[in-house]
Design a protein around this ligand. Structure first.
Ligand code: GAF
Length: 375
């Protein structure tokens, strides 16, 4: 069903916000670190029309069910389920003083949800730019990302970092986004694997998310606890060269492993950015693999499906492979020679069948443009 079918009026415009995969720099964003995502071609499209009754009305996909909520009485937690995201976007814009009004919003998506590809951030960002667009407001994309993160933290109650929203808003086609969270610097790094005879595979391992929310919050707490014990504002302040000395000052064995992941991951991300800037993408492969090992053994956010997919990709000749996103399910990425793409995918499928896992699926990893108005 279209916007007109659901709401009986013509829309005033449509906007889009993409999902992302992170090339490297996992669980570093809430430690003031560095991340390197690309936006995907998969996206959420919102078609929107102004309303004069002070309501926001949202409808999703092919069915006509409409959820309505009054703008004036929005408060954290007041709207639940998937509509919490558009409600959170409306709430945060009002809190920040933007003069947004009532709206009818119709969402369509080809971005799988629950696959670790940032469908939540895309939903928040798409809603935010649509509401701002209807109000005639021009807002810097990085600022929209910060507002979307605030909505996810404070309205939805998920303690996520700033990577996903910034990727959805600020990525550009043909580039990976080197985002230094501490300085706020956004650098577009040319990323064109095909030009070097390579391909980036994204494979959804179709694992059900297991305790993802609680485990994510626990990882974040552990990092904050360790930073406080070390007397630094965030783990970014722990120098790679001083890592062993810092670890020796921590009593808690689990915190020590979490810190080792974060500090080594920030170093790997900086190294990957330098290699990509120098046109040496092939050499990034081993950094991907080292990242996965660290996420598996020190940060403990992988699940068997992610580990089996990575191992199968490497055994089949991938230059590097790792889980991407928050973990506990989701996707892996693998950097492969273009000529090996089919055989690496086949090897992952075979390994999944042997382990009795649900069949995985793959997506095109074309580095795409961040959120924008369509019409
Ligand atoms: C999730 C979060 F939303 C991000 O902020 C980030 O922490 C990521 O997990 C791990 O790198 O996607």
């Amino acid at each position: 069903m279209s916007f007109a079918d659901v709401f009986g009026t013509a829309p005033d415009g449509s906007w889009r916000a993409p999902g992302r995969v992170n090339l490297i720099g996992e669980h570093t964003d809430y430690n003031d670190g560095v991340v390197l995502p690309i936006a995907l071609p998969n996206q959420i499209v919102v078609t929107a029309g102004r309303r004069t009754d002070g309501l926001v009305a949202v409808a999703s996909g092919g069915h006509g069910e409409v959820i309505e909520f009054p703008l004036d009485s929005l408060a954290p937690g007041s709207v639940g389920d998937w509509a919490a995201y558009p409600a959170g976007a409306a709430w945060v814009l009002r809190e920040a003083g933007y003069p947004i009004g009532g709206a009818s919003l119709h969402f369509e998506s080809d971005l799988p949800s629950g696959a670790g590809l940032s469908s939540s951030a895309a939903l928040l960002c798409a809603t935010a730019i649509a509401l701002l667009g209807l109000a005639g407001e021009e807002v810097d994309p990085a600022e929209v990302a910060r507002l979307a993160q605030r909505a996810e933290n404070q309205y939805v109650g998920a303690p996520v970092g700033l990577m996903d929203q910034t990727a959805s808003m600020c990525c550009t086609a043909g580039h990976a986004l080197a985002f230094d969270i501490r300085s706020g610097a956004l650098d577009q790094i040319p990323f064109d694997p095909e030009a070097e005879g390579l391909r980036l595979l994204v494979v959804d391992v179709k694992a059900p998310h297991r305790h993802a929310d609680g485990e994510y919050a626990a990882r974040r707490q552990s990092c904050e606890h360790a930073a406080a014990a070390l007397g630094v504002p965030a783990l970014r302040s722990v120098d790679y060269a001083g890592l062993d000395a810092a670890l020796a000052r921590l009593d808690d064995e689990v915190d020590r492993r979490r810190v080792r992941h974060v500090v080594t991951e920030i170093k790997r991300t900086e190294d990957a950015i330098a290699l990509m800037r120098a046109g040496r993408l092939r050499e990034v492969g081993p950094l991907f693999t080292a990242s996965h090992v660290s996420l598996r053994d020190d940060f403990e956010v992988t699940v068997p499906e992610l580990d089996v997919a990575v191992d199968a990709a490497l055994d089949a000749g991938a230059l590097g492979a790792r889980m991407t996103g928050g973990g506990f399910g989701g996707c892996i990425i693998a950097l492969v020679e273009a000529s090996a793409a089919e055989s690496v995918l086949a090897a992952i499928e075979k390994a999944f069948a042997e382990h009795g896992f649900a069949a995985p699926s793959s997506l095109a990893a074309t580095p795409s443009a961040g959120a924008s108005r369509i019409s």
